[in-house]
Design a protein around this ligand. Sequence first.
Ligand SMILES: Nc1nc2c(c(=O)[nH]1)N[C@H]1C(S)=C(S)[C@@H](COP(=O)(O)O)O[C@H]1N2
Ligand SMILES: [Mo]
Length: 320
Amino acid sequence: MLIKRNCGWEIPERQATPEGLWMNRRELVRGMGLGAMALAVPGMASAQNKDADPSAGLYPARKNDKYGAPTPVTTERLATTYNNFYEFGTDKSISRDAQKLQVRPWTIKVSGLVEKPFEIAIDDLLAKMPLEERVYRHRCVETWSMIVPWSGFAMKSLVELCKPTGDAKYVVMQTLHKPAVMLGQKDFLYPWPYTEGLAMDEAMHDLTFIATGLYGKPIHKQNGAPLRLVAPWKYGFKNVKSIVSIEFSAKRPVSFWEKLQSSEYGFWANVNPQVPHARWSQATEKPLGSDQRVPTQLYNGYAEFVSSLYADRKAEKLFI
Ligand SMILES: Nc1nc2c(c(=O)[nH]1)N[C@H]1C(S)=C(S)[C@@H](COP(=O)(O)O)O[C@H]1N2
Ligand SMILES: [Mo]
């Protein structure tokens, strides 16, 4: 039985502090430890990261700007230290603790409503996929945002490889479950493993991306190595990290945050500045590294590409 639980960003202290203030503080704390951390942690410095990963030679990938080239791009330092990855805790040492994650060997299991279930190793998958780089906006439900250059491939290429049957309506993706390394998973009040899903037409939309790289390198562990979902018109929590399982289903899955608090975190979770979260406004956001809040855009600025997906779903709770 799941107990109603506050999310990390909802701790009473933060509730009591004006939003802008706690966010600044969080960033400050991260910035402070950073100099020492970059020196001390293997894999943090870019050169070391390259050497350590067998896929390093695949990056940087060819740029694809058909979904625009939003600016200003967030610094690599901020995007790789200001993370949400509950498996590694809720405090500010996630980027350091995540270095313990072993990303080789790494196998992705494909199951459910497919012609034939199979497993594939990440490097075999990378060899099959046409890699490209796309700069996307990212909007967290906590109201911070960033703009980062992901490398990877359109999720539709992966779906096609999986050969789902006509009965498949949803794709369900799960993060690795390894409590010995992902110490946050020892907290049994959370519904591990982290699970997220997309409707099939969302997964097949060309904007939907599987990121295997970031800033022209293999993706950092704290950002969800070796592969994570990027659906940029949805709130950040949809973008499940460090995927080990892809299952095709006729039934809509209940995702991690939805299980914890369905009144506040729905399945569709599309960004909409006019639909507030139960306890705070979503009208504006704070780009990482900036002191100025900026207006949030409908579908996080991707309405022209994705709004048609929802034309026949108006009765659903589309925006959180
Ligand atoms: N497995 C897993 N995936 C996750 C999360 C998480 O805690 N665990 N957090 C989500 C949230 S809330 C956000 S905003 C993004 C953050 O991605 P980033 O750290 O690369 O910025 O990852 C999403 N994917
Ligand atoms: Mo988030």
